[in-house]
Design a protein around this ligand. Structure first.
Ligand code: UGA
Length: 442
């Protein structure tokens, strides 16, 4: 929203949240999230046409357009637990909008929601007897963490879904005009409400599917001496396949992919399409397999035991340039290694606080070390789990010299020059490529 505000000085934007600490943080020098480039934009607009407030009711009442981006976590109870989206916060918000409205409004779904959620929202909002009218639009967010500013400034497309009624189409046009302040018109596409809601889930499912596909091939590469990067490069040059999202890794993480696919799976089951549900479910299963395959490889390479061995995890964030650790493969690897009774040290330039929080009780068994050199000191192994450029630039000779021998490095992101590491003395285990080891095989 700060980016929208920066392009639309003629409009006033107020971001509301009931969490006082968060609202205070947004107005301080340390924003509550780490996102490259965002600080400057907030600074530029704050107090001019961008405001933050905890007075939710007042600002509902004053607004013409309300963007709702409340949480839609996976349900942990009742029907659909573990797969369906928990819509309680959305419904509460709809009721709160209704209670505090004295004028008609446009309500925009920004959160990722199951198909036909807008219908329920419309029913609640238009159940008033006071002549107010609410148009519900779907305007899914496609930005990725770490590149959020660029993705908002130059989106591949903006998608706006609305009803085909006259008032629905008027509302769609209002939102089109807002985006047209900086997005070329041909990139603003409109659709019916249900297509728009579904497109968000499907976009994430397709992206995640590409990662699971290349990761499945990485397992085969490790058995056949093929190199997954070479395979990805070769297939990616085919325009029909395309080169993006083919980086094999320890697995995908983040708050969206798994949640959205499970949501899609649940919808398919709900609509009596079990074969379609199983198809998409496999994308999540392949991801879990990849994470556990990585851990098994660590354990088997280190002579079938890591108990009591110091292992440095380079990275906790689910990807580089974010402090977000939600569904991070790094934490999955950490949990599995703790099960094996390894002695774990985590280092990450941004995500240590979130890692500590997400690990809960287990955090007590982990050492957090800001300095990667100190983390690797006297370690038996390093596992690279987040592709931070900082990890690329380290002096691996110095690191090698400080480690217990034989020294192992498991590169879950294929980040570092493997030959060079091998020449330094490391036993190197990349993803989807032959291992480079000094150990005698028997
Ligand atoms: C993802 C989508 O890319 C966004 O378009 C979408 O708006 C967002 O979810 C959302 O629904 O909010 P995000 O989760 O921030 O964005 O991050 P991605 O860049 O998609 O990466 C997700 C995971 O896949 C990361 O763990 C990343 O390391 C991994 N990944 C990505 C790979 O392992 N290989 C790749 O080639 C690409």
């Amino acid at each position: 929203m700060p980016i929208v505000a920066s392009h639309c000085p003629q409009h006033r934007f107020v971001i509301v949240d009931i969490n006082e600490a968060r609202i205070a943080a947004w107005q301080s020098d340390k924003l509550p999230i780490y996102e490259p480039g965002l600080d400057e934009i907030v600074k530029k607009t704050l107090g001019k046409n961008l405001f933050f407030s905890t007075d939710v009711n007042k600002h509902i009442s004053e607004a013409d357009i309300i963007f709702v981006s409340v949480n839609t976590p996976t349900k942990v109870f009742g029907e659909g637990a573990g797969r369906a989206a928990d819509l309680q916060y959305w419904e509460k918000t709809a009721r709160q909008i209704l209670e505090n409205s004295i004028t008609s409004k446009i309500v925009v779904e920004k959160s990722t929601l199951p198909v036909r959620t807008a219908e329920a929202m419309e029913r609640i909002l238009n159940s008033n007897g006071n002549g107010l009218h609410f148009d519900v639009l779907s305007n899914p967010e496609f930005l990725a963490e770490g590149t959020a500013v660029r993705d908002m400034e130059e989106p591949d497309r903006v998608l706006i879904g609305g009803r085909t009624t006259e008032s629905g189409q008027r509302a769609v046009q209002t939102l089109v005009e807002l985006y047209a302040n900086w997005v070329p018109r041909e990139r603003i596409i409109t659709a019916n409400l249900w297509s728009s809601e579904l497109s968000k889930l499907v976009a994430n499912a397709f992206l995640a599917q590409r990662i699971s596909s290349i990761n499945s091939i990485s397992a085969l590469c490790e058995k056949t001496e093929a190199d997954v990067s070479e395979v990805a490069h070769a297939i990616g040059l085919d325009n029909r396949i395309g080169k993006y999202f083919l980086r094999s890794s320890v697995g995908f993480g983040g708050s969206c992919f798994k949640k959205d696919i499970l949501n899609l799976v649940y919808l398919c089951e709900h609509y009596g399409l079990p074969e379609v549900a199983r198809y998409w479910e496999q994308v999540v299963k392949m991801n879990e397999y990849q994470e556990m395959r990585f851990v098994s490889k660590m354990v088997s390479s280190m002579f079938n035991t890591v108990a009591g061995k110091r292992i440095a995890l380079f990275g906790a964030a689910f990807k580089a340039n974010t402090n977000d650790t939600r569904e991070s493969p790094a934490l999955e690897v950490c949990r599995a290694l703790l099960e094996e009774r390894a002695d774990i040290v985590i280092t990450d330039p941004q995500a240590m606080d979130n890692a500590r929080h997400d690990l809960g009780e287990l955090a007590k068994r982990v050492t957090f070390e800001a300095d990667p050199y100190a983390a690797a000191k006297e370690a038996h192994a390093i596992a690279i789990l987040t592709e931070w450029t900082q990890f690329k630039e380290l002096d691996y000779e110095k690191i090698y010299n400080s480690m217990i021998k034989p020294a192992f490095i498991f590169d879950g992101r294929n980040l570092i020059d493997h030959k060079k590491l091998y020449q330094l003395g490391f036993n190197v285990y990349p993803i989807g490529k032959p291992a480079l080891t000094h150990l005698q095989s028997h």
